[in-house]
Design a protein. Structure first.
Length: 215
């Protein structure tokens, strides 16, 4: 009986073909963000710790928190590097300031999209589907990358600017509000990290994981 009910529910649920909105992650999903062989944010994390106190953050450590809101990611890395359970808020703030400087240095070279991204955006919008992009980067960085790419999209969002990082669904919710979409069954979240997928699930929308990133 349970399986019969599940099948019935599936029949009633609109399929992705009825999609009205797709929310895309940026770095690693739609943006080729490699800097000297490592993702932009990983490079910025590692440079920030080196500039802050000479700490060496490994690629794996930085990559593991890549999808999180950046202040939260830095807090987690600080706990790991210092061997503590709770990071000092003032030190996290200092690290975040350094991180943004390092990020600004590297963002200017972000001018290459993942192959086919513009074509996908154009085809979706041609079919009447709204297209939004979102990232854990600060809003100025997100806006700068979108400008570098020359994309035409319906919304550009930063979890840092919205006050909550993934897997909190704030960016998906904001995109829906911005585009006037109310049916979560007609929304898709696309990303390359585990927290991207968690974000979509927490928002109650369809999720698509891509293999272009490093997670």
């Amino acid at each position: 009986m349970a399986s019969h009910e599940s099948a019935a529910a599936a029949v009633e649920r609109p399929l992705p073909g009825n999609t009205q909105l797709v929310v895309f992650d940026m770095a690693g999903t739609t943006v080729d963000d490699l800097v000297d062989g490592q993702p932009l944010v990983v490079a910025a994390f590692r440079a920030a710790f080196s500039a802050h106190n000479g700490s060496i953050i490994t690629f794996d450590q930085a990559n593991a928190v890549r999808g999180y809101e950046k202040r939260e990611a830095l807090r987690r890395l600080l706990c790991v590097s210092s061997g503590v359970e709770h990071a000092d808020a003032a030190e996290v703030d200092a690290l975040f300031g350094i991180f943004k400087l390092e990020l600004d240095k590297l963002t200017g070279c972000m001018k290459t999209e993942i192959k086919g991204t513009s074509d996908v955006f154009a085809e979706l919008r041609k079919r009447g589907v709204k297209v939004c992009v979102g990232s854990g980067f600060p809003q100025t960085v997100v806006d700068g990358i979108v400008a570098n790419m020359g994309w035409t999209v319906d919304g550009v969002f930063s979890s840092e600017a919205l006050g909550a990082g993934r897997p909190d669904p704030v960016m998906v919710n904001k995109a829906m509000e911005h585009c006037g979409i109310t049916d979560r069954r007609r929304v898709v979240k696309v990303g390359d990290t585990a927290v991207d997928i968690e974000e979509g699930r927490n928002a109650g929308v369809f999720t698509v994981a891509v293999l272009t990133g490093t997670q």
